[in-house]
Design a protein around this ligand. Sequence first.
Ligand code: ACO
Length: 246
Amino acid sequence: MLGGNPEATGLRFEVDGEIATITLDRPEKRNAQTFALWSELTRIGNNLPEQVRVVVVRGEGPSFSAGIDLSMFGSLQPGSDLDSSIAEFQRGFLWLRRPDIVSIAAVQGHAIGAGFQLALSCDLRIVADDVKFCMKEPALGLVPDLTGTKPLVDLVGLAKAVDICLTARVVEAEEALRLGLAERVVPRDELATAVKEKTAQLLSVDRAAATATKRLLQGATGRSLEEQCAAERAEQVLRIRALNGG
Ligand code: ACO
C-alpha cells in the first residue's frame, strides 16, 4: 500500500485500522539509525493512510535506539550542502507532531542521541522502567539537530535541558517521569499493554475535535492569553458549525 521497502532501512511499518506502528528493527545494532532510515521515516509520513490517528514508534530488542549509526559519522563533508541535508533528516521526525495524529514513543532500554530525539519528536512517551535517555551529541562535539531541542526545553524547562544536554548524562525512568519526559513508567514486559491502553483512550474521542484541540495546544505557548482565547473561539466556531451540519 505504501510502496517502498522499509525493511531494507531497518524499519517495519504496519497499519491496523486507525493505528500505525513503526518499529526500529535492527536489534543486533541496538536500532542504530541511518540516513536511509530517516528518509524512510519521511516517506512513511508523506504516505500515511488517511484513517491513521495514532502512530506508535517502538524499537525491537533491548534498546529503543542507540542513536545515529556510528558508521555514518564522517560521511557528511563540510563541502556539501549540510544545511539541506540536515533539513532533509529533520523531515523524518517533524511529521510525528502533525495535529491530525497522536504519536506515542514506546521506549525501553537506551534512547541515545538520535534515539532520544526520536522519542522527543513524539507527542507522548511511555517508557519501561529500564529506560536510559541520553543526549550524547555534545559529548561527541555536535549539537542535537534532529528536532529534539525544542520539545526537550518545552517539557523540562531550560535549566534541566542544559543540565541533561551539556553533561550528556543518563536520565533514568524515575527522573524521566518526574521531569515530564515520560507520561508513564511501566515494567518492561507491560510496555506494549500500556501503549495499547493509551491508544484506546486516544481513539475514544472525536477525531476532528482531537485534531483541532491538538492544534490549539501546540500554538498555546507562542500566543498571548488574548490570542489563545481568539484561537479557541475560531476553532470552536468551526466545531459547532460542523456538528450542526454546516
Ligand atoms: N551505531 C552503530 N552500531 C552500534 C551503535 C551505533 N550507534 N550502537 C550499538 N551498535 C552495535 C555495536 O557496535 C554492537 O555491534 P557488534 O555486535 O557488531 O559488535 C551491537 O550494536 C551491540 O552493541 P553493544 O555495545 O554490545 O550493546 P550493549 O547493549 O552492551 O550497549 C549501548 C548498548 C549502550 C547503546 C552501546 O552500544 C553504545 O554506547 N552505543 C553507542 C551509542 C552512541 O554513542 N550513539 C551515538 C549518539 S549521538 C547521535 O545519535 C547523533
